[in-house]
Design a protein around this ligand. Sequence first.
Ligand SMILES: CC(C)(COP(=O)(O)OP(=O)(O)OC[C@H]1O[C@@H](n2cnc3c(N)ncnc32)[C@H](O)[C@@H]1OP(=O)(O)O)[C@@H](O)C(=O)NCCC(=O)NCCS
Length: 154
Amino acid sequence: MLRVERVVCEDWAALEELRLRALETDADAFGSTSADERARPEAFWLRRILVSAWFLAWSAEQAIGVAAPVASPNTLTEERHLDTMWVASAWRGRGVGEALVQAVIGHAMAHGATAVSLTVADGNEQARSLYRRMGFRSTGERSPRPRDPHQMRE
Ligand SMILES: CC(C)(COP(=O)(O)OP(=O)(O)OC[C@H]1O[C@@H](n2cnc3c(N)ncnc32)[C@H](O)[C@@H]1OP(=O)(O)O)[C@@H](O)C(=O)NCCC(=O)NCCS
C-alpha cells in the first residue's frame, strides 16, 4: 500500500537517507551533490523540514520516494518550485512519482500558490513524461545546468 506523507521532524533520518540515495544514484538529475549534503548534522535536516514541506512516499515502513515544493527561485511569490523529485529504482513506473507530484501540487495550491514550476534536464524522458501527464507544460526557458554547463535543462 502506497502512502505519501508530509515529513515531520521525527522522520528526519528517513529523509536524509533517501535524499542522499537520490543524490548518489541519480547525480545527473540534481543540482546538489551527495558531497554537499553528506555528514550534515541533524539540525540541517530539521531546518529543511521546517522551512519547506517535504513529502516522502512510503510502502509499509520503507521510504521509497521524495519530493518537495520549495519557494520559487523566481520573483513570483505565488509560485512554488517542485524540487528533489526521486523514486527508488525498484519502484519506478508504478505511479509513485505521480502520487508525489499530486501531493506537492495539492500542498502548494492549498497554501496560496498559483503556479508550480520545475526544471528538468534534457534527455530525462521518464521525468518529462511524468510531468507532461501531470499537466506541466514546456516554457521554452532553457539554461545550462550549473553542475555541467555542457548539458542543458529546461
Ligand atoms: C522521474 C521519476 C521520479 C518518475 O517516478 P515514477 O514513480 O517512475 O513515475 P511514474 O510511475 O509516473 O513513471 C514515469 C514514467 O517513466 C516510466 N518508467 C520509469 N521507470 C520505469 C521503470 N523502471 N520501468 C518502467 N517504466 C518506467 C513510466 O512508464 C512512465 O512513463 P509514461 O509517463 O510514459 O507512462 C523517477 O524515474 C526517478 O526518480 N528518476 C531519477 C531522478 C529524476 O530524474 N528526477 C527528476 C528530476 S527533474
